[in-house]
Design a protein around this ligand. Structure first.
Ligand SMILES: [Mg+2]
Length: 160
């Protein structure tokens, strides 16, 4: 069997959903009668189309999932994770401003998983640069997470 990561880590803004939670939407969020998620201005808030499928697929492989976000809107981000039903897939969460190197050191401490055994998806090249230096396999996301990118990441990890 291919070498597999022991932890898959996702950024939030522009990786799992197409906005900055601290700027483009207005917490608190609520669910409308049809189940869609709205912000406090009544604006519809959505995930990228394949986000749920990607998390389900990682989860079904038995690989734990973590989140690493530098947003200052921690409460809003947590509320969205809950409303979208993503929380059930997530074992570790590091959500606060600062260098992502810190987020990853803490993820490693919490999980006991060495950094080189992690796979990370993020849309910002500075985060990819910071986290690559730690030995984590990193994939740059350009238009939101997709099943194709997940496959690419798992292959990159297997060949690392
Ligand atoms: Mg981002």
């Amino acid at each position: 069997m291919n070498k597999r990561p022991r932890l898959v880590v996702f950024d939030l803004d522009y990786t799992l959903w197409p906005f900055w939670v601290d700027t483009h939407v207005d917490p608190p969020f609520r669910k409308s009668s049809d189940g869609s998620v709205l912000d406090s201005n009544g604006q519809h808030v959505r995930l990228y189309p394949e986000t749920m499928a990607v998390l389900e697929q990682v989860h079904s492989k038995g690989i734990p999932i973590a989140l690493a976000s530098r947003t200052g809107e921690v409460q809003g981000a947590r509320q969205l994770l809950e409303m979208f039903g993503l929380e059930r897939y997530v074992r570790y969460e590091e959500i606060y401003p600062g260098s992502k190197a810190i987020h990853f050191q803490r993820l490693s401490q919490q999980s006991g998983i060495p950094l080189p055994q992690m796979l990370f998806f993020d849309d910002e090249s500075r985060n990819i640069q910071d986290v690559s230096k730690l030995g984590v396999t990193c994939i740059l996301v350009s238009n939101g997470i997709t099943l194709a990118l997940l496959k690419q990441g798992l292959e990159a990890f297997a060949n690392s």
